[in-house]
Structure formats: structure tokens, C-alpha cells
Write a protein that binds this ligand. Sequence first.
Ligand code: NAP
Length: 200
Amino acid sequence: MKILVIGGNGTIGRRVSERLTEKHEVIIAGRNSGDVKVDFSDSNSMQSMFETIGKVDAIVAIAGEAKWDKFSNLSEEDFYIGIKSKLMGQVNVVRIGKDYLNQEGSITLSTGILADDPVDMTTSAAMVNGAIHSFVKAVALELENGIRINVVCSDLVEDSYEKYKDYFPGNTPVPMRKIVDGYIKSVEGKITGRIIRIMA
Ligand SMILES: NC(=O)c1ccc[n+]([C@@H]2O[C@H](COP(=O)([O-])OP(=O)(O)OC[C@H]3O[C@@H](n4cnc5c(N)ncnc54)[C@H](OP(=O)(O)O)[C@@H]3O)[C@@H](O)[C@H]2O)c1
């Protein structure tokens, strides 16, 4: 398969890309690095990226940000950071990307444990993660041409443990291999409309 991985040079993305490369042709997209540059929170940037690369068999998005802070500190604009990047970025992957997928192609999005098990300072991040889950379940009913969609919802990965451990007291991090397997399940399997939860 020809597979586009948006965020394919990130902490999780580069490990998913490495695994996919064993069997498939992988195109890595990112803001600052990769085979093709894209800001997936910008529809025009996304459209021109797809015009450049043409049709693919699978799209994987492993990117997106949201602002972490105490609810009392978050302004309306702060909430829009997560809505524009992590939420609408991934909605745009589907909205625009579906027209560049071959028959029976697939889309795999990314969220995290915060959707179900939020910690302090994550009202914005938890909110957009939950919204993506609802979006995936709904849009799976409407995608045509046999296109599948799933979202991989990961716990904190071992590779990011040092960076985030103080935010997740008592959390057991999950091995990277388990998370990568979640993406493989979505891309190479037949499931659709699923939230693939990868927990320790
Ligand atoms: N790490 C974890 O433990 C964990 C657990 C659960 C969920 N997640 C979620 O999984 C996703 C990836 O996490 P990560 O730790 O791998 O992040 P990361 O190391 O920061 O990597 C993110 C990648 O996405 C790209 N990217 C970011 N914003 C982009 C945009 N607007 N357009 C295009 N590319 C963009 C970055 O490229 P540039 O550097 O070129 O901008 C980078 O390659 C995030 O949404 C994160 O919240 C992570």
C-alpha cells in the first residue's frame, strides 16, 4: 500500500512509519520535516499536499496539539488552539483526505488516554480527544467507497514517560510496540468506526 503518515517523524509517528515501511511505501508529512510539508490545521496546506502526492491507500495522522493549563487560566483563544490543531486538523484529514483515497482505503487518527481518564490541566486536551472519538463513530457511518476509519487512543508511551510523568502520577506507561500494533491493526485490518484503546 501507499501510505501517508502525517506526523510521521514524531515520537510515535516515526516508530509507526518504521513498521509500515517493512511492508508498504510510506510518505511522511510534517510541518518542518518529512517527504512533504504540511500544516494539517490549515485546509489550503492540506489540499496542496494531497495535490502534490496524489491518491494513497491509507492515511495515518499522529499529530496535533492542545494547550495544557488550569481551567481558570485558559482563555477562549487557548481552547481554540486544540480545536484548530488536534480536532479540526484531524477532521480536515478526513474531510479532504477522503477524496484522495483509493477504493477501500483507510484513515487512522490519534487521541489519548485523556479522553477517558483526564488529569490536572487537561480540560482542553481531554475535550478535543473526546470530540474526535464521537466524530470517528459518526463519520464511519457516512464514508463511501469502502473507506474505513478508526482512531488509536493511547496511554502515555514509555518513550514520553520522562517528559510527562509528573502530569500522570501513578500511571504505568505503555510499550511503544503495543501502540504501533494499534496502528497496524487499523491500517492492515478490516475494522472501522473503532476507538482502538491501547493501555498498559
Ligand atoms: N507521546 C505520548 O505518550 C502520547 C500518548 C497518547 C497520545 N499522544 C498523541 O499522539 C500525537 C503524537 O504524539 P507524539 O508524542 O508523537 O508527538 P510529537 O513527538 O510532538 O510529534 C508530533 C509530530 O506531528 C507533527 N505535527 C505537529 N503539528 C502538526 C501540524 N499542525 N501539521 C502537520 N504536522 C504536525 C510534528 O512535526 P513537526 O515537528 O515538523 O512540526 C511531529 O512530527 C499527539 O497528538 C499526542 O497528543 C501522544
